[in-house]
Design a protein. Structure first.
Length: 162
């Protein structure tokens, strides 16, 4: 009785074809995902180090019932707004500050006559935001034009001088 099996050449060809087929399927799934993540990362890379929390003027501070934060543009960039995460030992609050939105009881501009939120648009320009919470720490994230959010800076806040 003769045994029949695949020749080594055919087996090798099947393994090579299976490997190529697997590589094509994986590449079809992975490459678009990598491109998408790189596009998001590029947006954040372009605006990194564009804004700082200005600690030198004394306008970034807290008192018994509010916290003010001055944000300064140090490198020209175009963003839609900020996300402030203010925290203390007893409370954490998140505020979304979008350019052109209406001033509320929770978020006000330092210049009392302003009725809409404004973000700095030119290098060297600064704006101060007043929040309805006492906080000794602030994290600033940047909201890009495409609504992606990028990490910004974090600072400890001191009490306001009276």
């Amino acid at each position: 009785m003769r045994k029949r099996g695949l020749s080594t050449v055919i087996a090798t060809l099947l393994i090579v074809m299976l490997t190529i087929f697997s590589a094509v399927i994986i590449a079809g799934l992975i490459i678009p995902m990598i491109k998408d993540n790189m596009a998001k990362s590029k947006g954040c890379y372009d605006v990194r180090d564009s804004f700082i929390i200005d600690m030198e003027t004394g306008l970034t501070c807290y008192n018994d019932d509010s916290t003010s934060v001055m944000v300064k543009m140090v490198k020209q960039s175009s963003i839609k707004g900020f996300i402030f995460m203010l925290s203390s030992s007893s409370e954490n609050k998140r505020y979304e500050v979008i350019d052109g939105s209406v001033v509320t009881d929770e978020v006000k501009m330092y210049n009392i006559s302003k009725t809409e939120i404004r973000i700095p648009k030119e290098q060297g320009e600064a704006e101060t935001y007043i929040f309805d919470v006492k906080a000794d720490n602030v994290k600033l994230a940047l909201v890009l034009q495409d609504n992606n959010v990028c990490e910004g800076v974090e600072e400890k806040i001191a009490g306001c001088q009276k």
